[in-house]
Ligand binder design. Sequence first.
Ligand code: FAD
Ligand code: NAP
Length: 347
Amino acid sequence: MHSRVVIIGSGPAAHTAAVYLARAELKPVLYEGMLANGIAAGGQLTTTTDVENYPGFPKGIMGQELMDAMREQSIRFGTEIITQTVAKLDLSARPFKYWLEWAEDAAPHTADAIVLATGASAKRLHLPGEETYWQAGISACAVCDGAVPIFRNKPLVVIGGGDSAAEEALFLTKYGSKVTVLVRKGKLRASTIMTKRLLNHPKVEVLFHTRAVEAKGGKLLEKLIIEDVRDGEQRELEANGLFYAIGHEPATALVKGQLDVDEDGYVITVPGTAETSVRGVFAAGDVQDKRYRQAITSAGSGCMAALECERLLAEEEESETDAKPIMVEVKKESNGVAPEYKSNPLV
Ligand code: FAD
Ligand code: NAP
């Protein structure tokens, strides 16, 4: 199969790109994945409950419902959605080639342009008790989940020592009674300004050389067993909320060695655009954003990717048309001599 443009992914970035590309009559084909990267089609929002910060839903909306609506909107304008995972990409020449999972020996499909919107996943610690309390006290996104009632005026814990941990802990001080930050080493990795803010906040306590070893509670999380890594001494810490801020992993296995990525593996885009290091490949959403990682920023970058892709394909089509000698018949001979043509005068 050959397509003008293929979108890989199924979160807000992919579906926003699909809506724009379909409305531009480019007949996009969107591969939504089949548990690609361990996440259901629809992306990270399918793993959460209420989304309260996506504009247009004053009462909030369930993550799954929001993604179902985005999918429906993509289809409405003519996007072809295929529930398969793209297993391999070859970006060395255009048209780009790609292969699907379980069909890697088959002939490749091709596309003139690609929007990469494969997202990212928050790293987790996989503590004993984590599965039980995931989204019942444990989360990997304070900005997303911090405001829910179960965390109001309750002791909360953040794990991590980078800028994300500092930012999330400071954000949580608005809701929790106290925020304890567990840092496995003797120092923070966060920037100086964030470190200062964190250490000076009256509601924050930073416990260095400390790790969590187990999550416990009833129906919801209530406490953690924590350990001093220097002497192995363990104790209980009250915690109605536990937020991981130990980094994210962008889903870039497909483009490894083919697109420029930064030191943390995020796809590098030309600032202010969705252009990657390969012409015709655009990246949108969390796969290229280690800073904001929100549904709305992903959707915004999906729009940018689609508009840039549309423009590139239109420019290329135009220059191809211009370059091709369009034969215009100027004189017809009736004496058996071949007719005379001249090239497109605009070339
Ligand atoms: P993602 O949502 O990451 O989705 C990418 C999709 O691409 C996945 O479904 C994946 O399976 C698929 N995929 C990956 N590789 C392939 C492949 N090779 N072939 C085909 N498909 C592939 N943000 C907010 O703004 N508000 C919130 O309230 C909020 N709550 C959150 C709660 C949780 C628990 C989490 C984890 C995140 C939350 N976020 C929230 C963040 C938000 O979900 C992300 O920023 C957003 O979903 C990123 O969108 P994306 O389009 O980059 O892709
Ligand atoms: P990060 O800088 O990689 O920090 C991750 C933190 O998690 C580190 O303190 C690390 O500890 C800890 N960690 C990792 N694995 C762990 C484990 N298994 N157990 C316990 N702790 C663990 O990640 P980030 O904070 O998400 O930041 C990513 C990038 O985005 C950085 O470049 C950051 O500056 C940037 N960012 C900037 C801002 C801002 O400017 N406001 C906000 C957010 C993010 P060690 O230090 O011991 O390795």
